[in-house]
Design a protein around this ligand. Sequence first.
Ligand code: NCD
Length: 307
Amino acid sequence: MNWKHVVSVRQFDRADLERIFEVAREMRVVRRYGGSRELAGRMMVSLFYEPSTRTRVSFEAAMNYLGGAVSGTESARQFSSAAKGETLEDTIRILSGYSDVIVLRHDKAGAAERAAKVSEVPIINAGDGVGEHPTQALLDLFTITEELGRPDGLTITLLGDLKHGRTVHSLARLLTRYGARLRFVAPPTLRLPGEVREELLAAGMDVYETEQIQEVLPSSDVLYVTRIQKERFESAEHFDAVRSIYRVTPETMRLAQQKMIVMHPLPRVDELAQEVDEDPRAAYIRQARNGLYVRMALLRLLLGGPV
Ligand code: NCD
């Protein structure tokens, strides 16, 4: 492992991923037995300029389970000195003097990279606008591995807002480390950004895009559903035109294989019916729980002693 920050999934090779997952499995056991004191005396600052439930709370819980301390601010746009006009760079320079790691969620793509340039401590990208969400992709890939084994040879279908969905951008890039087949289902206005598609093709991935879920569902091993990212649309009309375009229901699940799993980074709105929760193939609650173990593993690897 020769990285100091977690900014983009591009930084991980296959050996890094296997190492993170091995530590995540250990962390599941540590959590079960009440945590450890391994990061006692260490401080994590969480700096969130955009809403979050899972990412922020699971990072803070992860640090606590390892005996570390937590500080920071949510709604940083209103509650931090950003409201007075302070630049991100200045805020990070100051906070890196108070802490050992900074978890940053920001509305602008590239913010984590900017922060990493000026920070004295590791920056963890917890989502940068429509850019990336690397720790989500790690927990997504960990979930696939735990549920179905290594992703090599699996058919993974990503559905919904592929244009704005940063979890999609990160997961698709991460899957280039494995020989998975990628199927992208979206309306023409919400297709995967050209830049991400190019990266996948350059890596030799088997990529197929369609608007029809029925076309690819029967051969899928994983269905990764995403929310239409309302906050990224220019106008309410544009959002209204696509808001209900897909909805995964028990009906939809009849077309899927018995061993397929349904994933979702959450929060869900209309795209995934509550009734699907009863289906044993619904993996999204287990997926969210895995976030805690993967984030404990990242903190352990970035801040702890040799493992
Ligand atoms: C995602 C995000 O913030 O990008 N949420 C998360 O971190 N689990 C997905 C979303 O907001 O739709």
